[in-house]
Design a protein around this ligand. Sequence first.
Ligand SMILES: NC(=O)CC[C@H](N)C(=O)O
Length: 203
Amino acid sequence: MTSPTVGVLALQGDVREHLAALERLGVATTRVRRPEEVDAVDALVVPGGESTTMAKLARTFGVLDPLRKRIGAGLPVLGTCAGMIMLADRVLDGAAGQETLGGIDMTVRRNAFGRQVDSFEGPVEVAGLDTPVHGVFIRAPWVESVGDGVEVLARVDHDGAPGGAAGRIVAVRQGCLMATSFHPEVGEDSRVHGLFVDLVRGS
Ligand SMILES: NC(=O)CC[C@H](N)C(=O)O
């Protein structure tokens, strides 16, 4: 796919920052809020925000099931922070009855980095990038466990230092689904979005 249109799920969260990051890469973008808009995109970003609110709004706006269907049919999706939770097949410490879109065979722990350190920043080495990105973690989840088909792209130590093999999983990929615990849309560095756009173009 040479010139894909990438949608940003625009129910709640930091939609504008994702649109800006994609536009810096020269990608055509659009906001997705209604069922007919779900069908109009070649790929989707699910932003950071609040996953329980986002899931409820997705149900209310009638896009939860259409999105699940498209993800099942191979729609490439990047989820960041709350968006990572939305892409998880299993959630720990979720709200009662919390729904997700699912798609990535992983168990995500919501608000995992704890209340004291619930926001921190630091360098994150991401597979496929030459130098670390500046990771911004805001009440971030981590990935507790992944299935066999899931590639781990990044880990950090609990305190936010680069984690190596022992660190917590903060970025993953399964097929054309990608998720990060941190917010790559904050700041001017669009390289994580670039990795996603490469996936979209290759799909
Ligand atoms: N910055 C974020 O997206 C935070 C995610 C939030 N803690 C949630 O559970 O949805």
